[in-house]
Design a protein around this ligand. Sequence first.
Ligand code: NZQ
Ligand code: ZN
Length: 392
Amino acid sequence: MFGFQYYTPTQVVFGKGTESKVAELIRTYGGTKVLIHYGGGSVVRSGLLKKVTDTLDAAGIAYVTLGGAVPNPRLGLVYQGIELCRKEGVDFLLAVGGGSAIDSAKAIGYGMANEGDVWDFYDYKRKATGCLPLGVILTIAATGSEMSDSSVITKEEGLVKRGYSSDYGRPKFAIMNPELTMTLPDYQTACGCTDILMHTLERYFTNGGNMEITDALAEGLLRTVMKNAEILARDPQNYDARAEVMWAGSLSHNGLTGCGNDGGDWMTHKLEHELGGLYDVAHGAGLAALWGSWARYVCGDCLPRFRQFAVNVMGIAPEGTDEEIALKGIEALEDFFRRIHMPTNLRELGVNATEEDLATMAHKCAVGVNGAKGSAKLLREEDMLAIFRASR
Ligand code: NZQ
Ligand code: ZN
């Protein structure tokens, strides 16, 4: 068991109609001029953006708006946002949307609170010493960015997708109304559920110390998300299932399911970020397409955890060798992905990668992790390439 710090300063306001509290919350955290940042237009079509601007108008809070954060959000829009905020004297950021709008807002916040090029943080050249305060109205349960310290941005030049983590970037508040997720396409709901599972799985498959209480929370979360993801695949308007998944999304990436371990593995994410950068795939689908190949590659080096996962999470009978039980657990999670219409390899993801593409991704991934990374198994460039090849 390792020591840990658990820091979750975000005020969570959860339930039906909670978006009506947005003006009050912005005031509580000192916002007087707001940048409302959103994605490609779903919040315009759903009427949520209008609701938010009406609420701010009624409260007399000034704002400017900037849409256009795409999935795998781009650095160019971040620069545009920083310029707009400087020109308009913005002192508070409000992201209305999913991980992409939130991450883009976090990057704008770093750019506002620090001198120099904001990409330096994502390029691991230096650390931020602050971030403009940020609030969130969440519209998709997925990344956990509404409570996480992380932000992932893609630089157009070279298609480099990188994450930066800092406690300064944790939102001040997160408004979570599960009803707002009911307009999601089924594919995005399933992508979100996959990402939520993966944030806990990355922390679960380790060779470091573990805590029984953390395992119990993690295993409960995984079972709950799988159960409710299947309910949503049949009945997307089910409020209770939306609520279970939404809260799980935040808990899965705010640090709770990793307390006492060695920091986690995170290699499925690192490999997926290369796919997202190069092919612009949806993050959750990319994770599902890679996970089985990663799991089979590392399983032998992390057998006790894979066995425990198979029995406690996937309900596999503890009969046969540890290897057999572990493999059945991996197959059972892949079956689950198929049931919610997620891909389990690159072909199903719609990615037709050449050998050269795979080598490029493995190389960029190795550079991004400074040579090697992984707790279930330490992976170097040749291992990364082998996993990409197996996932074709
Ligand atoms: O852009 P709009 O028009 O809003 O449409 C979005 C987008 O097309 C749509 N959508 C969202 N809410 C909706 C909706 N459509 C209808 N009704 C709604 N209520 O769904 C699509 C996906 O949205 P996006 O924000 O891209 O999804 P997600 O939350 O999965 O974010 C993905 C990004 O976050 C990064 C990913 O790599 C990816 O770039 N991640 C961020 C993390 C973090 N900050 O902690 C951790 C994750 O591991 C991840 O890497
Ligand atoms: Zn993720």
